[in-house]
Design a protein around this ligand. Structure first.
Ligand code: HEM
Length: 361
């Protein structure tokens, strides 16, 4: 077949497709060509994209694991064992899922820090900051519920502590605790609930919140930043979202897959002893991203640590408005105060996390 004949056939096929699916492709092209500020050429200014890539890795590997995982207390641990030792490349997919979840949490934290320290949450982006805080809570809940599914001793008792913490919330605590456990004690129902949350409810909420987050970013555009001593000309102030920025994100994705593969090969996901609901282990430790919380619990009481976590979460959620109030009071000085507050909060988080990591008890 000649080249012109095949290209005319392709043209006819495209025309027919357009009839069946009458989309205005010019609009899509226009949306993709959105100019983004030049600083997004630096990876640490667009960590949100990295979190997004890792979320996609989680969805794909999570679906693969769900083919073999059995969400019942009698079979959960055995099914994870089968995935790890019996299913071809099961250990690899499980290890990528484990490593990628940790990377995603780090990426979300770092993304939040960059938004905070560049004060990109200020008017009119307050709503998107709040959606972001919900995404942070969601990412942590993904980690908490996912870890519990393994049904090994530590993850089982970690889930028990998590339910007790939720149960100590003021007013709604007993209801939330019972809802999570499926009754007054962690038991048969708990695993099914965590599974439903992890594979159905949280992903749906994540897609909705991510959709809103990206839509708001698109509507406002990414904040333009100008750093001291930086010369920006009209020529290099912006570059195109498609194909330049997307290409960069794809390269970051490829690099991440490379690093995740190496980590999965050297440090594959392991499997501790099977959960024994009748024997509390001597030392319970949650995943590292809850260490700060766990240390707070050890330093105070159950109720006090829950109240502190709630208060800190509230401050984080409403931070753009608190920042606005500080700015109104202090004017230009507020820049330094906000950086100071952010630095102290971050160091306190880091300090409690490291303390819990190195402490034997
Ligand atoms: C699953 C988690 C998240 C994903 C996938 C995500 C994704 C993104 C992406 C792709 C951007 C565009 C620019 C950039 O990458 O920095 C962005 C911007 C933004 N994100 Fe997130 N984000 C997440 C969580 C958060 C969190 C935890 C916060 C804050 C608490 C947040 C607040 C914001 C704000 C305010 C912007 C606008 C920044 C600007 O205009 O410069 N996001 N996010």
């Amino acid at each position: 077949m000649s080249t012109s004949a095949s290209s005319s056939k392709l043209g006819a096929l495209a025309g027919r497709f357009n009839e069946l699916f009458p989309m205005d492709w010019e609009l899509v092209r226009h949306a993709g060509a959105e100019p983004v500020p030049y600083h997004l050429k630096k990876w640490w200014f667009c960590l949100g994209g990295t979190a997004m890539v890792l979320f996609i890795v989680q969805v794909i590997t999570g679906i693969m694991l769900a083919f073999y995982y059995v969400p019942s207390p009698d079979h959960a641990y055995a099914s994870v064992e089968t995935i790890t030792h019996g299913v071809r490349y099961g250990w690899f997919i499980r290890s990528i899922h484990m490593w990628s979840s940790n990377f995603m949490i780090v990426a979300v934290f770092l993304h939040m820090l960059r938004v905070f320290f560049t004060r990109s949450y200020r008017n009119p982006r307050q709503l998107n900051w709040m959606v972001g805080v919900m995404l942070l809570g969601l990412t942590l809940t993904f980690g908490f519920t996912g870890y519990s599914l393994v049904y090994e001793q530590l993850s089982f008792w970690g889930a028990t502590v998590g339910c007790n913490l939720a149960g100590a919330l003021p007013l709604i605590g007993p209801w939330v605790g019972d809802f999570m456990r499926g009754g007054p004690e962690v038991g048969e129902q708990t695993l099914t609930r965590f599974y439903m949350l992890h594979v159905a409810i949280l992903p749906v909420i994540a897609f909705i919140l991510l959709g809103i987050h990206v839509m708001i970013i698109r509507l406002h555009g990414v904040t333009e930043l100008q750093f001291e001593g930086e010369v920006i000309t009209d020529d290099n102030r912006f570059f195109r979202f498609w194909p330049e920025h997307v290409t960069m994100e794809i390269l970051v994705g490829v690099l991440l897959m490379y690093i995740l593969t190496i980590l999965a090969l050297i440090f594959p996901a392991d499997l501790g002893a099977q959960a024994d609901p009748t024997t509390t282990p001597a030392h319970i430790k949650p995943e590292w991203y809850f260490y700060f919380n766990y240390r707070m619990l050890k330093l105070t009481t159950l109720k006090m640590s829950v109240a502190l976590t709630g208060a800190l979460g509230g401050v984080l959620f409403f931070w753009p408005f608190i920042d606005g109030w500080i700015e109104k009071r202090l004017g230009a000085k507020s820049d330094r105060i906000v950086v100071l507050i952010g630095t102290i909060a971050f160091l306190a988080f880091l300090g409690l996390t490291i303390w819990e990591a190195v402490a034997a008890h």
